[in-house]
Design a protein around this ligand. Sequence first.
Ligand code: MN
Length: 163
Amino acid sequence: MSLEDYRRKRRVGGTPEPPGEEAASPGGRLFVVHEHHARRLHYDLRLEVEGVLWSWAVPKGPSSSPADKRLAVEVEDHPLGYADFEGTIPEGQYGAGTVAIWDSGRYDNILAEKEEPLTMAEAKAQGRLEVRFHGRRLKGGYALVKMRGPGREKDWLLIKMRD
Ligand code: MN
Protein backbone atom coordinates (compact mmCIF):
# COMPACT_ATOMS: atom_id res chain seq x y z
CA MET A 1 0.00 0.00 0.00
CA SER A 2 1.33 3.38 -0.88
CA LEU A 3 0.10 6.93 -1.17
CA GLU A 4 2.35 7.64 -4.14
CA ASP A 5 -0.55 7.90 -6.61
CA TYR A 6 -2.51 10.08 -4.20
CA ARG A 7 0.37 12.54 -3.86
CA ARG A 8 1.25 12.48 -7.54
CA LYS A 9 -2.27 13.60 -8.49
CA ARG A 10 -2.30 16.57 -6.13
CA ARG A 11 -0.30 19.76 -5.94
CA VAL A 12 0.92 20.74 -2.46
CA GLY A 13 -0.77 23.99 -1.46
CA GLY A 14 -3.26 23.64 -4.31
CA THR A 15 -5.86 21.72 -2.35
CA PRO A 16 -7.13 21.70 1.25
CA GLU A 17 -6.99 17.88 1.24
CA PRO A 18 -4.65 16.26 3.80
CA PRO A 19 -1.12 15.27 2.70
CA GLY A 20 -1.33 12.01 4.66
CA GLU A 21 1.05 11.24 7.47
CA GLU A 22 -1.25 9.65 10.01
CA ALA A 23 -0.96 6.45 12.00
CA ALA A 24 -3.74 3.85 12.06
CA SER A 25 -6.96 4.62 13.93
CA PRO A 26 -7.74 2.70 17.15
CA GLY A 27 -9.03 -0.65 15.95
CA GLY A 28 -7.90 0.07 12.44
CA ARG A 29 -11.30 -0.49 10.82
CA LEU A 30 -12.68 2.91 9.93
CA PHE A 31 -14.92 3.52 6.95
CA VAL A 32 -16.25 6.66 5.38
CA VAL A 33 -18.47 7.44 2.43
CA HIS A 34 -17.91 10.85 0.91
CA GLU A 35 -20.54 12.58 -1.19
CA HIS A 36 -18.43 14.23 -3.85
CA HIS A 37 -19.98 16.87 -6.06
CA ALA A 38 -17.31 16.82 -8.74
CA ARG A 39 -17.97 17.17 -12.48
CA ARG A 40 -20.39 14.37 -11.83
CA LEU A 41 -21.88 13.57 -8.42
CA HIS A 42 -20.57 10.31 -7.00
CA TYR A 43 -19.92 8.67 -3.67
CA ASP A 44 -16.46 7.60 -2.52
CA LEU A 45 -16.37 4.53 -0.33
CA ARG A 46 -13.21 4.30 1.76
CA LEU A 47 -12.09 1.46 4.01
CA GLU A 48 -9.17 1.73 6.39
CA VAL A 49 -6.73 -1.10 5.76
CA GLU A 50 -3.18 -1.16 7.08
CA GLY A 51 -3.00 2.57 7.68
CA VAL A 52 -4.49 3.86 4.43
CA LEU A 53 -7.98 4.21 2.99
CA TRP A 54 -8.76 1.85 0.15
CA SER A 55 -11.11 3.83 -2.06
CA TRP A 56 -13.79 3.23 -4.67
CA ALA A 57 -15.88 5.78 -6.56
CA VAL A 58 -19.49 4.61 -6.58
CA PRO A 59 -21.42 6.67 -9.17
CA LYS A 60 -24.88 5.80 -7.82
CA GLY A 61 -23.85 5.35 -4.18
CA PRO A 62 -24.49 2.29 -2.01
CA SER A 63 -27.91 0.63 -2.09
CA SER A 64 -29.62 -1.04 0.88
CA SER A 65 -31.28 -3.54 -1.47
CA PRO A 66 -29.54 -6.88 -2.20
CA ALA A 67 -31.15 -6.71 -5.66
CA ASP A 68 -28.93 -3.78 -6.69
CA LYS A 69 -25.39 -4.13 -7.98
CA ARG A 70 -23.63 -0.80 -7.82
CA LEU A 71 -20.54 -0.17 -9.91
CA ALA A 72 -17.59 0.78 -7.69
CA VAL A 73 -14.47 1.95 -9.51
CA GLU A 74 -11.28 1.47 -7.56
CA VAL A 75 -9.25 4.67 -7.18
CA GLU A 76 -5.95 5.42 -5.49
CA ASP A 77 -5.48 4.76 -1.77
CA HIS A 78 -6.15 7.86 0.29
CA PRO A 79 -4.42 8.90 3.51
CA LEU A 80 -6.20 8.07 6.74
CA GLY A 81 -6.64 11.76 7.50
CA TYR A 82 -9.00 11.91 4.55
CA ALA A 83 -11.66 10.17 6.65
CA ASP A 84 -12.40 13.50 8.37
CA PHE A 85 -12.08 15.63 5.27
CA GLU A 86 -14.92 17.85 4.16
CA GLY A 87 -14.51 20.92 2.04
CA THR A 88 -14.07 22.33 -1.41
CA ILE A 89 -11.35 21.25 -3.82
CA PRO A 90 -10.63 24.30 -5.97
CA GLU A 91 -11.33 24.49 -9.69
CA GLY A 92 -8.45 23.18 -11.76
CA GLN A 93 -7.39 20.70 -9.07
CA TYR A 94 -7.88 16.95 -9.24
CA GLY A 95 -11.44 16.12 -8.10
CA ALA A 96 -12.53 19.78 -8.02
CA GLY A 97 -15.83 20.26 -6.22
CA THR A 98 -17.31 19.87 -2.76
CA VAL A 99 -16.78 16.87 -0.54
CA ALA A 100 -19.06 16.03 2.40
CA ILE A 101 -19.21 13.02 4.70
CA TRP A 102 -22.31 10.98 3.82
CA ASP A 103 -21.65 8.33 6.43
CA SER A 104 -18.80 7.03 8.56
CA GLY A 105 -18.13 4.55 11.34
CA ARG A 106 -16.51 1.19 11.89
CA TYR A 107 -16.60 -1.94 9.80
CA ASP A 108 -15.71 -5.60 10.28
CA ASN A 109 -13.97 -7.88 7.83
CA ILE A 110 -16.53 -10.69 7.63
CA LEU A 111 -14.05 -12.99 5.90
CA ALA A 112 -11.73 -12.75 8.91
CA GLU A 113 -14.43 -14.53 10.92
CA LYS A 114 -14.53 -17.62 8.68
CA GLU A 115 -13.04 -20.99 9.45
CA GLU A 116 -10.26 -20.16 7.00
CA PRO A 117 -9.87 -16.48 7.76
CA LEU A 118 -8.75 -13.97 5.16
CA THR A 119 -7.15 -10.63 5.77
CA MET A 120 -8.51 -7.71 3.77
CA ALA A 121 -5.45 -7.88 1.53
CA GLU A 122 -5.93 -11.61 0.89
CA ALA A 123 -9.62 -11.13 0.19
CA LYS A 124 -8.89 -8.29 -2.20
CA ALA A 125 -6.33 -10.37 -4.06
CA GLN A 126 -9.02 -13.03 -4.51
CA GLY A 127 -11.43 -10.43 -5.86
CA ARG A 128 -14.06 -10.54 -3.14
CA LEU A 129 -14.38 -8.49 0.03
CA GLU A 130 -17.15 -8.83 2.58
CA VAL A 131 -17.55 -6.14 5.18
CA ARG A 132 -20.12 -5.34 7.86
CA PHE A 133 -20.76 -1.64 8.29
CA HIS A 134 -21.70 -0.01 11.56
CA GLY A 135 -22.68 3.41 10.28
CA ARG A 136 -25.68 5.66 10.62
CA ARG A 137 -26.80 4.94 7.08
CA LEU A 138 -24.71 1.96 6.04
CA LYS A 139 -25.52 -1.05 8.17
CA GLY A 140 -24.91 -4.73 7.73
CA GLY A 141 -23.02 -6.79 5.23
CA TYR A 142 -21.83 -5.63 1.83
CA ALA A 143 -19.79 -7.54 -0.71
CA LEU A 144 -17.33 -5.93 -3.09
CA VAL A 145 -16.87 -8.22 -6.04
CA LYS A 146 -14.19 -7.74 -8.67
CA MET A 147 -15.46 -7.67 -12.24
CA ARG A 148 -13.59 -9.64 -14.89
CA GLY A 149 -12.66 -8.94 -18.47
CA PRO A 150 -10.68 -6.46 -20.53
CA GLY A 151 -10.96 -2.85 -19.39
CA ARG A 152 -12.49 -3.98 -16.10
CA GLU A 153 -9.24 -3.84 -14.08
CA LYS A 154 -10.60 -1.19 -11.69
CA ASP A 155 -14.25 -2.22 -11.74
CA TRP A 156 -15.96 -3.82 -8.76
CA LEU A 157 -19.60 -4.30 -7.81
CA LEU A 158 -20.89 -3.21 -4.42
CA ILE A 159 -23.76 -5.46 -3.35
CA LYS A 160 -25.78 -5.50 -0.13
CA MET A 161 -25.65 -8.94 1.44
CA ARG A 162 -28.70 -10.64 2.91
CA ASP A 163 -27.99 -10.48 6.64
MN1 MN B 1 -14.34 11.36 -5.62
